[in-house]
Design a protein around this ligand. Structure first.
Ligand code: PMV
Length: 362
């Protein structure tokens, strides 16, 4: 796949100021991507639910270049100037100059904010990087009248999101997305994610994902470092094979609407992810005592009620509670009485599977 295009250059005499704004959601992996090689290529395929509330809202304002630098960029997060983020985005944009050479002709100002509480300890790279990639594709479309086919637009946005943060490539599609080569979905690719909502039981389109904020603290080991540690993990090859098999089984369960198999694989994946962290060298532990207390309560609730409530975990201590809409009432009551006391400051985010990113009026 080759997106380099030296023709995407603006006529410098006619550059007008403008704005472009996208809101893009986070996503939660069911089969996890953990381990990568080359340019953000995944060691195994993954599948995720696209969220709705946990999203990043980003506006990029552009105009004639002001400073004599390759990338002339300012960055504001929640209204505050963030040179640290500016540096990261500058590096990303520099790497994309062969794809979008017009970036070096403009002054760029990025204003971004997350819809979920700041410092909730929720990874925001998927929503942040997909919002940026969608904006870049939106600029190309606006300036050069390209990418008019939606599928082409989203595939390029997914590809470029992946280069920013692997898991971000799955956020550009509504409800369900698959990323990585797998025999179960012939259209899937290591280069970009594909939409998959239409292939699975519609029950997943209104699935809930309530996020228990067990700790708001920043993770002690970044996912970049975590992926790196997989390279020397003794269990790595078995893990990648397991992930491929689980993906196939999970896809079948999701097609059949088999919530029990879906939940069992999902929980097992969460614990495997954390087991891989514990078996890295050096080993590390991102779960907190309350993560485990909450896991036990979820499993007890399921045993007592028979309701298909299952959890997953990201690379952190916070639990994601997955359940179909038809049991929302008893589950919400259970969360309020039993689980909120385990959350830091009683914080949890009631999220849902969502319709994907949207362009907003800038
Ligand atoms: O996209 P990254 O490099 O931040 O990695 C994310 C990895 C997990 O969130 C733990 C799993 C996944 O597939 O999203």
């Amino acid at each position: 796949m080759e997106y380099s295009n030296p023709k995407l250059i603006l006529d410098s005499s006619t550059i007008e100021a403008g704005k472009i704004r996208w809101r893009s959601p986070s996503n939660i992996a069911l089969v996890k991507y953990w381990g990568k090689y080359g340019q953000q290529q995944p060691r195994n395929p993954s599948i995720s639910l696209t969220l709705s509330q946990a999203a990043t809202d980003t506006t990029l304002s552009y105009g004639p270049k002001q400073a004599d630098r390759d990338i002339d960029l300012e960055f504001y997060f929640a209204g505050e100037s963030r040179p640290d983020f500016a540096q990261k985005v500058e590096k990303y944009f520099l790497s994309l100059l062969p794809v979008f050479p017009f970036l070096k002709q403009l002054h760029l100002r990025i204003d971004t904010d997350n819809s979920f509480p700041h410092s909730a300890g929720i990874a925001s790279s998927a929503s942040a990087m997909s919002a940026l990639a969608l904006i870049l594709c939106g600029m190309e479309k606006r300036f050069f009248n390209t990418l008019s086919e939606e599928s082409e637009f989203l595939q390029k946005a997914s590809y470029l999101s992946r280069l920013g943060s692997g898991s971000a490539c799955r956020s550009v599609y509504p409800h369900v997305a698959i990323w990585g080569d797998t025999a179960s979905a012939p259209a899937a690719s290591n280069d970009f994610a594909i939409p998959y909502a239409d292939e699975v039981d519609p029950i997943f389109q209104s699935y809930h994902d309530d996020i228990l904020i067990i700790s708001r603290a920043e993770k002690s080991v970044s996912s970049r470092a975590g992926h790196q540690l997989m390279e020397d993990n003794l269990y790595a090859e078995n893990r990648y094979q397991q992930a491929r098999q689980r993906l196939t089984r999970l896809i079948d369960a999701m097609k059949e609407g088999d919530l029990e198999t879906f939940g069992k694989i999902t929980e097992s994946e969460a614990l495997t992810l954390h087991a891989l962290m514990m078996t890295s060298n050096p080993p590390y532990l991102l779960m907190e005592p309350n993560s485990i207390a909450a896991i036990r309560k979820v499993q007890d609730f399921r045993a007592d009620t028979g309701h298909p409530l299952y959890f997953t975990l990201d690379a952190g201590p916070n639990l994601h509670l997955l359940y179909p809409d038809n049991i929302a009432e008893p589950v919400k009551e259970f969360i309020r009485t039993e689980l909120v006391p385990l959350c830091q400051d009683g914080l949890y985010i009631a999220d849902r599977c969502g319709a994907g990113p949207e362009e907003l009026e800038a």
